[in-house]
Design a protein around this ligand. Structure first.
Ligand SMILES: C[S@@+](CC[C@H](N)C(=O)[O-])C[C@H]1O[C@@H](n2cnc3c(N)ncnc32)[C@H](O)[C@@H]1O
Length: 222
């Protein structure tokens, strides 16, 4: 089952039943207050903290298992990121790190930002499908990343989390789907997927990428 919904995720999630997905795995917009990452989306949300707190509360309501919430602390949002970690401290069971082996830009004598966090929330401890799973994944960020969306997730990162922490036929929700990286990983790994995206252009690209992955697997979109 691949179910793509266009619109504001906060509105769309409100229509979902409690405990109706197995995990949520998502990357909200960064709130960089400038538009260098998204050609088709204005990355300015004056109440970014409250928006994310509302989304996380809804994700905790609709998710049976764990919510994986990808946050990158930047100059503009860092106090909100750390406030969110404080606000949800009782729900947080783990924090996983995505380390970029070649982060850009290099920041001279200032600290180069080389990590993003995956805040893992739920009411039971997190177990992996494999033994010796570390709470860090390291990838390069290279020229093979899709060009249509500059805040796209590296495919290997989505594949890592979906393969380690879900089972075949589980339902995975990505409420900030972007151009559909999580959806492509779900198709390739035989998981069900619900994706939400506000921006028309990114939504259409996500649909095309997921269709392409389905065709490559010789499945049919229901
Ligand atoms: C960091 S990007 C996600 C990228 C995605 N992981 C990928 O690999 O393509 C965040 C996305 O959230 C979308 N977005 C922002 N506000 C939204 C909202 N209220 N509801 C749904 N999508 C939203 C933006 O258009 C953007 O594509």
């Amino acid at each position: 089952m691949i179910d793509l919904r266009k619109g504001d995720c906060l509105e769309l999630i409100k229509d979902m039943r409690g405990d109706s997905v197995d995990i949520s795995f998502t990357s909200p917009p960064y709130n960089r207050k400038r538009n260098d990452k998204y050609a088709n989306f204005k990355d300015i949300n004056d109440n970014w903290y409250q928006f994310n707190a509302d989304v996380i509360n809804e994700l905790l309501r609709v998710t049976k298992g764990h919510v994986f919430y990808n946050l990158q602390a930047n100059y503009y949002n860092r106090s909100d990121v750390y406030k969110l970690i404080g606000e949800f401290n009782e729900n947080i069971v783990d924090i996983h790190i995505w380390e970029k082996s070649n982060p850009m830009p290099a920041s001279g004598s200032s600290i180069t930002n080389a990590v993003e966090y995956f805040i893992v929330m739920g009411d039971k401890s997190l177990k992996s499908n494999k033994t010796y799973t570390k709470n860090i994944i390291t990838t390069s960020v290279n020229s093979k990343m899709p060009k249509e969306h500059k805040a796209v997730m590296k495919y290997e990162v989505a594949e890592h989390f979906i393969s380690m922490f879900t089972k075949e036929h589980d339902i995975i929700l990505d409420c900030f789907m972007g151009i559909g990286t999580t959806g492509v990983a779900c198709v390739n790994l035989n998981r069900n997927f619900i994706g939400m995206e506000l921006n028309d252009k990114y939504f259409e690209i996500a649909k095309a990428r997921i269709d392409e992955a389905i065709t490559a697997k010789q499945l049919t979109l229901f």
